[in-house]
Design a protein around this ligand. Structure first.
Ligand code: AMP
Length: 280
């Protein structure tokens, strides 16, 4: 496995690759959620590339850019153990030429960034799309793997690829959870012992919502009320329902509904997200 930090070397390496190439974009601190994407990428492509880059332009000024967990040695080992061919781990200056406040950006439309995570994280998806587009161009990957955990991100990337005619297939991957159903996230590292217990109520709300929906008598209001009760110790940012194909907010839930939650833990104020299709 090659660990490459600069663009020139990456381009040389890409030129010499034979067969299909898959890309898994990550911000590192890799866990079993990332690993599931990586395994699939290795299986479905001749060459698997993992990028490890904590992308500063997708963080807001008051967000956790500086304290975001960084575990490069463990990340490289996980990639190597799984048969990854190239890890691309550039410095910020390599990606943005010390020019990160003066960049050409890809900005998804207001209608899709002004809901859910984009509402509180202004500019976040511009940063995500811009770095992902750069990674697509640099790696010339045929496929890229994204987790359904970041459902809005996945929808926006698919839209970017379609709208801008990128020649790449986006492969959505299922959410990986701990045994107790907490969705795996690099940010789970921030949680205290007690907060982790409190955080379990996010996935519990989603699982219970699915069960309530299955009764066919539960309304959206009843599902929200149940979630509010379960998550009373969390600072809820949103509980929302979208149509999973259009990502439009729904007044009424139906078999196409994706329920999404974002909430902060009480002590460390860790922001956690999770989602689930009601009709599973
Ligand atoms: P990140 O490093 O958080 O930017 O995530 C990199 C990729 O891994 C994204 O496509 C995420 O959606 C995906 N991912 C993160 N956590 C999980 C998880 N628990 N299950 C599946 N995919 C995940």
């Amino acid at each position: 496995m090659k660990i490459i930090n600069n663009i020139k070397e990456l381009k040389e390496e890409i030129k010499n690759l034979k067969g299909s190439t898959g890309l898994v974009p990550t911000m590192g601190a890799l866990h079993k959620g990332h690993e599931s994407l990586i395994k699939r990428c290795v299986k479905e492509n001749d060459n698997a590339i993992v990028s490890v880059f904590v992308n500063p332009i997708q963080f807001g000024i008051n967000e956790d850019l500086d304290k975001y967990p960084r575990t490069p040695e463990d990340d490289y080992k996980l990639c190597s153990d799984n048969g990854v061919k190239i890890v691309f781990a550039p410095k910020v200056s390599e990606m943005y030429d010390d020019n990160k406040d003066d960049l050409t950006l890809i900005c998804p439309p207001y209608s899709i960034v002004n809901i859910l995570c984009g509402k509180s994280r202004v500019g976040h998806f511009d940063g995500v799309c811009s770095v992902v587009a750069k990674l697509f161009n640099l790696t010339k990957a045929n496929r890229a793997y994204f987790g359904k955990k970041d459902a809005q991100q996945l929808f926006i990337i698919k839209k970017m690829v379609k709208d801008l005619n990128f020649d790449i297939e986006i492969v959505p991957c299922e959410i990986v959870r701990c045994e107790d159903n907490l969705a795996l996230s690099s940010r789970n590292k921030y949680l205290t012992f007690d907060e982790r217990k409190i955080a379990l109520n996010i996935s519990k709300s989603l699982f219970e919502a699915c069960n309530l929906y299955k009764t066919k008598t539960a309304t959206k209001r009843a599902i929200i009320d149940n979630s509010l009760k379960l998550m009373e110790k969390l600072d809820i940012e949103y509980i929302e329902f979208v149509d999973k194909t259009t990502f439009k907010l729904q007044d009424e839930i139906n078999d196409n509904t994706l329920m999404l939650i974002a909430a902060r833990t009480p002590e460390t104020k860790t922001r956690l997200i999770d989602n689930m299709e009601l009709c599973k």
